[in-house]
Design a protein around this ligand. Structure first.
Ligand SMILES: [Zn+2]
Length: 149
């Protein structure tokens, strides 16, 4: 099932952890609607702008999967509003900057550890929030505003 010309649903449902743990990845209709909004409003225009494929490393995460991988308790992945992406040849801060400069609407763009988290809220206002993930000295992951220099 295609969500937009270059993105299909299975790309957002792949998870080695889900396979290993036998987690059902069948998305409920509101999740499919949210993933479609993310593809149509953010990923498809961004792909056209960059002229390069966008690879998705994580999309929809049912609660059990999100818990298993230690995802944020309120993660937008759980409702199909977020995807972790990368573009070959671009670092996460570079991809965040490209998203911001392009002016595509987004709720959050987070420079993570080798990937970029981007989200779109189909029901509300896009916050346009930009964060950088970092490893806390005592363990765990923290987020600070903005991007590294
Ligand atoms: Zn993410």
């Amino acid at each position: 099932m295609n969500l937009s010309p270059h993105f299909d649903l299975p790309e957002f449902l792949r998870s080695d952890t889900a396979l290993r743990l036998g987690i059902d990845m069948t998305p409920p209709p509101p999740v499919v609607a949210a993933l479609t909004a993310l593809a149509v409003n953010v990923l498809e225009p961004l792909r056209a702008h960059l002229g390069a494929p966008i690879h998705i490393t994580s999309g929809y995460r049912p609660l059990r999967l999100n818990t298993a991988i230690g995802g944020a308790r309120t993660s937008q992945h759980m409702v199909g509003q977020a995807a972790d992406i990368y573009v070959t040849g671009m670092t996460p801060p570079q991809l965040c900057r490209a998203i911001i400069a392009f002016g595509v609407p987004f709720d959050q763009c987070i420079s993570e550890f080798g990937w970029t988290h981007v989200s779109f809220n189909p029901a509300g206002k896009q916050r346009g929030q930009v964060l950088t993930a970092f490893h806390r000295p005592g363990g765990g992951v923290g987020y600070r505003p903005g991007l590294p220099e």
